[in-house]
Design a protein around this ligand. Structure first.
Ligand code: HEC
Ligand code: HEC
Length: 334
């Protein structure tokens, strides 16, 4: 069955220039609808990689895209362009389709969103510095020089994909899929059973993933252990990971418009994957967030600007925490 045909309500794709418009009519009878002015439909973006220009800029864009897809080959532990990463994962393992897939830590807006204030550093960062955050963790590496061919290529690529974002219309999938917080804490124990059922066949019983036969990178990337992402990277946060799992995993079953896991299941699995007592990771030296009130509520290292223990920040229940922030007029970020 085609993916578009199983969606509730009547929905239709129509291609307009480089943009695909996703329009849904949820009413059974259009005449019953109140005559409110229609909000512009959110569009699904399509990046046409055959349109990368054939000039020096295009060369940088093309290399940037190659770096997103084959990061370990170029800048991994045995990288042909320099040894920067501490592990063999690729950017696209999390920013799928080289950062263009909706609801997969999508990077279509990054070019226009930086420089930006970042709570983790308590500073305004450039996009290049933000790229290096992911190079240093989750990739456990050392930062790329800001004027390196590789950094310039990443930035050229982000600028180029951003040119597909329409200026006057909203689009889908640059933010994460929201998850509804259950009343109870996420449980690594329930998560373990779900992991065995839905994840282990690709990522392995010990979360080690599966290396490609050439050993350069993975067919299935690792989820924990020496070669997985580090604590202090956003994937290590349970809400953040659950949002991503809901739209993207299991790889062969979930799509953003037809998630496979329920919100509670995604949180339980994320709790199991991120249970450091059973799944140690390479440690990091500093735990960031100079201003505790700006700390993401699912960050598992104190100090916090509230009275909740670190275990509740990590596993929930999160609703008492968001209520606490709301009552004091503070912003709960996650
Ligand atoms: C283990 C998963 C993972 C890998 C691998 C990864 N990232 Fe990220 N990256 C994230 C997460 C999580 C975020 C934050 C997303 C959010 O807050 O919703 C992020 C954010 C970013 C951002 C900021 C986006 C924005 O608009 O604010 C950039 C740029 C970025 N990553 C680039 C890279 C690059 C380049 C690589 C490869 C060198 C990479 N990432 C590898 C997980 C990953
Ligand atoms: C059919 C195989 C398959 C299954 C089943 C599967 N994954 Fe994945 N997973 C992948 C692949 C492939 C990628 C890398 C995606 C890419 O590069 O585009 C990935 C990436 C990931 C990542 C981000 C990269 C990293 O290693 O940190 C996480 C986290 C993840 N999967 C968790 C899960 C969880 C949890 C489940 C079970 C709910 C699951 N996966 C089920 C194939 C699978």
């Amino acid at each position: 069955m085609k993916r578009t045909s199983v969606i509730r309500n009547s929905c239709a794709f129509s291609a307009i220039a480089a943009v695909i418009v996703w329009s849904c009519n949820t009413a059974t009878n259009a005449r019953e609808q109140a005559p409110v002015p229609a909000a512009p439909a959110a569009v699904l973006l399509h990046v046409d990689t055959t349109a990368i220009p054939d000039d020096k800029y295009g060369e940088a864009v093309r290399y940037g895209r190659a770096l997103m897809l084959n990061t370990a080959y170029y800048i991994g532990p045995d990288g042909t362009s320099g040894k920067y990463l501490g592990n063999r994962m690729n950017c696209t393992n999390c920013h799928q389709d080289a950062g263009t897939k909706p609801f997969s830590f999508n990077l279509m807006l990054s070019h226009e969103n930086y420089p930006q204030y970042r709570a983790r550093e308590g500073q305004v960062l450039t996009l290049a510095e933000r790229v290096n955050n992911c190079v240093t963790r989750p990739h456990n590496g050392r930062p790329l020089p800001l004027n390196s061919k590789e950094m310039v290529a990443f930035l050229a690529y982000f600028r180029w994909i951003n040119s597909f974002v329409p200026k006057t219309q909203p689009h889908k999938g640059s933010k994460n899929l929201p998850v509804t917080f259950p009343d109870i804490a996420a449980s690594p124990v329930r998560g373990e059973a779900l992991y065995q059922q839905h994840c282990a066949r690709c990522h392995g019983n010990s979360g080690e993933g599966q290396l490609r036969p050439d050993n350069i990178t993975y067919t299935y990337p690792p989820l924990w252990g020496k070669y997985g992402y580090q604590p202090g990277s956003s994937m290590h946060r349970i809400i953040k990971q659950a949002q991503w799992l809901k739209a993207n995993m299991p790889y062969d079953k979930a799509t953003w418009n037809r998630p496979f896991l329920s919100d509670a299941e995604a949180m339980d699995i994320a709790a199991f994957v991120n249970d450091d007592s059973r799944h140690p990771r390479p440690d990091i030296k500093n735990y960031d967030y100079p201003h505790p009130a700006e700390k993401a509520i699912d960050y598992d290292k104190g100090p916090y600007a509230d009275t909740f223990p670190a275990t509740q920040h990590k596993y929930g229940p999160y609703l008492p925490i968001t209520d606490y922030y709301e009552k004091r007029g503070m912003k709960a970020s996650y």
